[in-house]
Design a binder for this molecule. Structure first.
Ligand code: SAM
Length: 234
């Protein structure tokens, strides 16, 4: 008897928003894979699904993983259930593509599915254009040059931790800005870094905003926003 062949799991980075920033490989796989899965925030629509829409042929089986977007620990039960639903397809021999905004392994929730499934099924990750690259492109400034360092920080860290890392110098990218904008802007001002900082929201998507941080007073930042702090000699 031939052994049953399981399907393959693909973690597909769909890039930061502009569908033209998806890779040729992502588009090719989406044309072939029978099952497409993605997180669908409740309420709202899946951003990754919207980005990849031009590349998903009609009639695919779609697995929308409903998830509440809120601060705090990751909802383990949601990922357990999603992994079980995906495993059912893989076990039946069907390939599954999980769509991920930006790059799957750069703060992507695909990591939570990967850790649940990669030991049991063949798994491939297709890297995507990360928001870091998209925000630098939108701002028109290099992330790092020569021997400069670049530190990536989530704005969700407590003030003391952010301040300690900002004090190390070099270039800094602060993700997950959203409602933390006033707090992070104040920290950057205290450290004399405000003048070197630029705010970028919705890079490569409709509604893209690029502003010097000094002009951000009163701005309501969406979740998809970032602050780039240039190194001292940039
Ligand atoms: C959970 S992380 C996901 C990052 C994603 N996997 C990537 O590779 O860029 C979400 C954060 O990425 C940043 N981000 C993602 N897309 C963005 C965009 N188009 N413009 C600005 N920031 C973005 C924001 O800081 C947002 O809070």
């Amino acid at each position: 008897l031939a052994e049953a062949v399981s399907g393959r799991l693909f973690g597909i980075g769909v890039g930061p928003g502009d569908p033209e920033l998806m890779t040729v490989k992502a588009a090719r796989l989406l044309a072939q894979v029978p099952v497409v899965a993605y997180l669908a925030p409740r309420p709202g629509e899946s951003l990754a699904r919207r980005i990849a829409a031009p590349y998903i042929p009609p009639g695919r089986t779609e697995l929308a993983i409903a998830i509440e977007m809120r601060p705090g620990p990751e909802p383990e039960a949601v990922y357990d259930a999603a992994a079980a639903a995906i495993a059912a397809h893989l076990g039946a021999g069907r390939d599954v593509a999980v769509l991920c905004e930006g790059d799957p392994f750069f703060y992507g929730s695909f990591a939570y599915l990967h850790e649940r499934l990669a030991d049991a099924f063949p798994c491939m990750v297709v890297p995507g254009v990360a928001s870091l690259a998209a925000c630098a492109a939108a701002a028109g400034r290099a992330l790092a040059r020569r021997d400069e360092t670049l530190i990536v920080l989530p704005a969700t860290l407590p003030d003391a931790e952010l301040a300690a890392r900002l004090a190390l110098g070099g270039g800094v990218a602060i993700l997950k800005v959203g409602r933390h904008l006033p707090r992070v802007a104040a920290l950057l001002a205290v450290q004399g870094l405000a003048e070197r900082s630029v705010y970028v929201a919705q890079a490569s998507r409709g509604g893209e905003v690029v502003l010097p941080l000094a002009e951000c007073a009163g701005v309501t930042a969406p979740y998809f926003s970032m602050i780039l702090v240039a190194g001292a000699d940039t």
